[in-house]
Design a protein around this ligand. Structure first.
Ligand code: NAD
Length: 255
């Protein structure tokens, strides 16, 4: 029996990176998943890999309230319930000093990373409550607990979702819904490569070496390592954990 046997999970940002690694781990533990992503082609490829007995896809932009309703309805239509919500989709924005940061990009980062997370909560919580509760895991970042220069919109957004998690954990405890954040950094996905490029255009190897040197474990984390933490928080093994921030950062937050 897997640790998530017969559980139904929604994973936003499920076509790539941490979301896709978590989909693989959830399925290995017996869950079935609805993957949500704005990118149709990688999403279709992910479901083809995972197999449609275990995975379904819904193309949606998490910042759009109508599309959020659509993905929640798709999960209920295919599977009839929602036990786990990995509220994970996010974008990095650009690397720029705050005083030069483009307003439109600030608004877009907030729309995806904060409004998208909040809209997902708003639609999923009532459905989850109807079937007796569940577990919600929001992807924040180490940048949700401390600052990083030249990423002000992203840092603001990742702090904001810690606030959403704390408010929701208190509201949802009577519904038997646990709510936690994971706070990773740095993890080897497309996103960190884009951030390297933002800090050191054309010489990303230098940025990568500098970032890795700042990690006590001296390396980036792998999405599969993050997925193991998400499985724990999704499963009954974490039954007394709600309202928590779970760092997975090679020791960075200890400094
Ligand atoms: P990624 O870019 O590989 O994956 C993000 C996925 O989210 C992509 O498939 C993308 O298409 C999807 N997405 C983006 N905007 C969307 C939208 N509006 N609607 C639906 N889907 C959308 O990056 P990742 O590293 O796997 O990022 C996953 C989460 O982890 C993000 O919230 C990110 O901020 C967070 N995170 C990443 C790191 C890291 O170092 N990689 C560190 C801390 C936190």
């Amino acid at each position: 029996m897997g640790r998530l046997a017969d559980k139904i999970a929604i994973i936003t940002g499920g076509a790539a990176g941490i979301g896709l690694a978590t989909a693989r781990a959830f399925i290995a533990e017996g869950a079935r998943v609805l993957l949500v992503d704005v990118q149709a082609a990688p999403l279709a490829a992910a479901v083809a890999e995972l197999g449609d007995a275990h995975a379904r896809a819904c193309v949606a932009d998490v910042s759009d309230p109508v599309q959020v309703e659509t993905y929640v309805a798709a999960a209920l239509e295919h599977y009839g319930r929602i036990d786990i919500f990995f509220n994970n989709a996010g974008i990095e924005g650009v690397v720029s000093p705050l005083v030069d940061y483009p307003l439109e990009m600030f608004d877009r980062v907030m729309a995806v990373n904060v409004r998208g997370v909040w809209l997902g909560m708003k639609s999923v919580i009532p459905a989850m409550a109807k079937t007796g509760g569940g577990s919600i895991i929001i992807t924040s970042s180490l940048g949700g607990l401390r600052g990083v220069p030249r990423m002000s919109a992203y840092i603001a957004a990742k702090h904001a979702v810690v606030g959403i998690m704390r408010a929701a954990a208190l509201e949802c405890a009577p519904l038997n819904i646990r709510v936690n954040t994971i706070n990773p950094s740095p993890i080897a996905t497309r996103m960190i490569a884009a951030i390297e490029e933002g800090y050191a255009p054309g010489v990303t190897a230098r940025a990568k070496a500098r970032f890795a040197a700042g990690v006590p474990l001296r390396r980036y984390g792998e999405p599969e390592e993050v997925a193991k933490l998400v499985v724990y928080l999704a499963s009954d093994e974490s039954s007394y954990s709600t309202g928590g921030t779970f760092t997975i950062d090679g020791g960075m937050s200890a400094a």
